[in-house]
Design a protein around this ligand. Structure first.
Ligand code: UD1
Length: 360
């Protein structure tokens, strides 16, 4: 069976890696091709992840780069179509909810190549998020839908998708976390940055709704400055956010809010594991903190991953200074909460996917 895997943006690598590794155990069954769209292209947004996650170099790099959503999606489609026609895979596997996911799925749907969507069924019900559009459309044109949680399967059923296409397999990103955690814990980054175990706050923000509006970004930074008087704040900055932070001159040189370049997978996992709490607007980090049992504040009005709230680690917070400060103080002063890990977040999701593919 010929499988073509698509990666494009930073959160894709940790989802595709365990599937490729598992398939490589069955060389008589699977012939694999890896295509990188080039949606993310900086070394610290892409190359470092391929290295950290021990992935093979892509067979094809489409070099699409940045642009408006329409430009980027259209460019990926135009560049991807001849690649699929050349390789003629039996299945194309797309992961997550970025523009590369939808663009490549759409190409396959139009030329009759089968699509498997990994991390299917997540819904925030907020159509102003480009990722929600990507998730909805990809799920409705995919032939096989692998879900990370039962609520995701229920969302798909509610939308009229046939149960025969839906498989609850667990969370592939947690497969990667479990595999890589021992290696991450050997990293020296926490000590090198002068940080102490459970004595710092880790921040990541890149959603347009938080970082593209100057007033919102200023308000969040004022809150971070206040918090940094209690504990150091470490903030690896996404390129989108950096442009705005620099433009607005939000920090003085001696600030206790430390900005760094975006980090690779292992260093970031090490920092997340030892943080007192994480403030983020990422999707994946809500899940990783849930597995690690680290308190997470998600600066968004909704989440497509409600299971992380049910697990007791995650809480939504508005992008308002008082709310962020209040929520952080609340976590810092309360006793450790009882938290749980969602069903099938056990390191075996890729194995389940491969068993299902082999039985096709
Ligand atoms: C994308 C995904 C988002 C995901 C995020 C993870 C979509 C719709 N969004 O958002 O779901 O959470 O990736 O990072 O697919 N840039 C660089 N170097 C790079 C990549 C981007 O400098 O390697 C800059 C460019 O100025 C670009 C901007 O970052 O315009 C945004 O990049 P883009 O890929 O459009 O979206 P993200 O915000 O990264």
């Amino acid at each position: 069976m010929k499988i073509l895997h698509v990666v494009g943006a930073r959160p894709n690598f940790m989802k595709t890696a365990p599937i490729m590794a598992e398939m490589s155990h069955y060389p008589d069954h699977f012939q694999q091709v890896l295509v990188h769209t080039g949606q993310h292209y900086d070394d610290n947004m892409s190359k470092i992840f391929l290295e950290d996650l021990e992935m093979p170099s892509p067979d094809k790099y489409l070099n699409v780069g940045s642009g408006t959503h329409t430009e980027q999606t259209a460019r990926i489609m135009v560049a991807f179509e001849p690649v699929v026609l050349r390789y003629r895979p039996d299945w194309v596997m797309v992961v997550g909810d970025v523009n590369s996911t939808l663009a490549c799925a759409l190409v396959c749907a139009k030329i009759g190549v089968k699509i498997a969507h990994i991390e299917a069924g997540l819904r925030s019900r907020d159509h102003s998020m480009p990722e929600e559009i990507n998730r909805l459309l990809t799920d409705h044109i995919a032939d096989l839908l692998f879900t990370p949680s039962k609520d995701a399967s229920a969302n798909l059923l509610r939308e009229g998708i046939s149960p025969s296409r839906i498989h609850f397999v667990g969370n592939v990103m947690i497969d990667t976390l479990i595999k890589m955690l021992p290696k991450a814990l050997n990293r020296k980054i926490v000590a090198t940055m002068g940080l102490k175990y459970k004595k710092y706050v880790l921040v990541t923000l890149h959603r347009p709704s938080n970082v593209d509006d100057p007033d919102t970004l200023k308000e969040i930074f004022e809150a971070l400055k206040r918090i940094s008087k209690l504990m150091p704040v470490i903030f690896p900055v996404h390129p989108r956010t950096r442009q705005n932070v620099e433009g607005l001159k939000l920090l003085s040189l001696n600030s206790r809010v430390k900005l760094t370049q975006p980090l690779g997978y292992l260093d970031f996992l090490a920092l997340m594991h030892s943080a007192r709490l994480v403030l983020t607007d990422s999707g994946g980090i809500q899940e990783e903190t849930t597995y690690l049992g680290v308190p997470c504040l998600t600066v968004r009005p909704s989440t497509e991953r409600p299971i992380t709230i049910e697990a007791g680690t995650n809480r939504l917070v508005a992008s308002k200074g008082v709310e962020i400060i209040g929520a952080i103080q609340d976590i810092m002063t309360r006793c450790k909460k009882n938290t749980s890990r969602p069903e099938l977040w056990d390191g075996l999701a890729a194995k389940r996917i491969i068993q299902i593919m082999m039985a096709l």
